[in-house]
Design a protein around this ligand. Structure first.
Ligand code: F6P
Length: 326
């Protein structure tokens, strides 16, 4: 493959606050380096259906503060088939796009890895997901904003939980990862977090009840990570209602509110640095890597590692939460 003259950019999978800041950074760094930029709409689907537009610097003006993604996003089943990917490849060739920057989570990077290998095509990925579940980066784009959204919502729920002396189970997103639940619980002074990473080790709810939730207060807040492994907040509440009827239980599922909103300063800076690094990486002949930031340094993480290595939660945080909720 010759020198890269034109790059394509897309967002795919669940949106995350900060994706627009990343799109802006990729576009402007590419143009600064003399590259042409083509924006692909609706993720991999737009590659198949040829929904593509040339981007100039002004196309990304006034978007750094916006949540969502101006490129739209989709979860594309067709791209999971060899025929769909061949169509996508043909579009890239016909549009003279020499390399791709794909912004998204686990599914997006899995698609990127398969495509890059199949067609020997240069791709750099950016970790864009509120779940923070990609190995090789301390934080993913959108995670900090979602955490702050959770904090604001839980703070409000606490007011009513305290007034009514109730036990609240609040379900947060994370698709099988407990980062939002665990750090959300610490940030809100919640009594506990129930997370999938330790679900098979012991009965988290049983332990909580045995220890009497928070001994010094009558109201309690427990953050529950969505996952078949935890069963979710509804299942927790049902169990408490059946086994411990003395508690006045309520459930709140925060849902997609966690994916929206203006990105925090942290996410804007993270996305800007990562977006610029994606172009540097492509110009530096890096292929099939995800941009990560570890200890404030940009790192290149091979797709296989980012996707396949389960990112561990920091178990010390569990202990901190336990101690602080006495
Ligand atoms: O991966 C991001 C995420 O928000 C997960 O936390 C959640 O499980 C999933 O996406 C929800 O997906 P959808 O918006 O397609 O329902």
């Amino acid at each position: 493959m010759g020198a890269i003259k034109c790059i394509g950019i897309l967002t795919s999978g669940g949106d995350a606050p900060g994706m627009n800041a990343a799109i802006r950074a990729v576009t402007r760094t590419a143009i600064y380096n003399g590259l042409e930029v083509k924006a692909i709409y609706r993720g991999y689907r737009g590659l198949i259906t040829n929904e593509i537009e040339t981007f100039k610097t002004q196309n990304v003006s006034n978007i750094i503060q916006q949540g969502g993604t101006i490129l739209k996003t989709a979860r594309c089943a067709e791209f999971m088939t060899p025929e769909g990917r061949k169509q996508a490849y043909d579009t890239l060739v016909s549009q003279n796009i020499d390399a791709l920057v794909c912004i998204g989570g686990d599914g997006t990077l899995t698609g990127a890895r398969i495509f890059a290998t199949e067609f020997n095509y240069p791709i750099v990925g950016l970790p864009g997901t509120i779940d923070n579940d990609l190995y090789g980066t301390d934080s993913t784009i959108g995670y900090d904003t979602a955490l702050n959204t959770i904090m604001d919502a839980v703070d409000k729920i606490r007011d009513t939980a305290t007034s009514h002396e109730r036990l609240f189970f609040i379900e947060v997103m994370g698709r099988d990862a407990g980062f939002l639940a665990l750090n959300g619980a610490i940030a809100t002074g919640s009594e506990a977090a129930i997370i999938p990473e330790i679900a098979t080790e012991y009965d988290q709810l049983g332990e909580l009840i045995k220890n009497g939730f928070r001994k010094s207060k009558n109201s309690s807040i427990v953050l529950v990570a969505e996952s078949p492994l935890t069963g979710g907040a509804m299942a927790m509440a049902e169990r408490v209602k059946n086994e411990y009827p003395q508690y006045d239980v309520r459930v709140t599922i925060l849902g997609h509110i966690q994916r929206g909103g203006s990105p925090t300063a942290f996410d804007r800076i993270l996305a800007s640095r990562m977006g610029a690094a994606a172009i540097d990486a492509l110009l530096d002949d890096q292929r099939n890597v995800m941009i990560g930031i570890q200890n404030d340094e940009i790192v290149y993480v091979p797709f296989t590692k980012a996707i396949k290595n389960d990112k561990p939660i920091n178990r010390e945080l569990l202990n901190t939460l336990r101690i602080l909720s006495i």
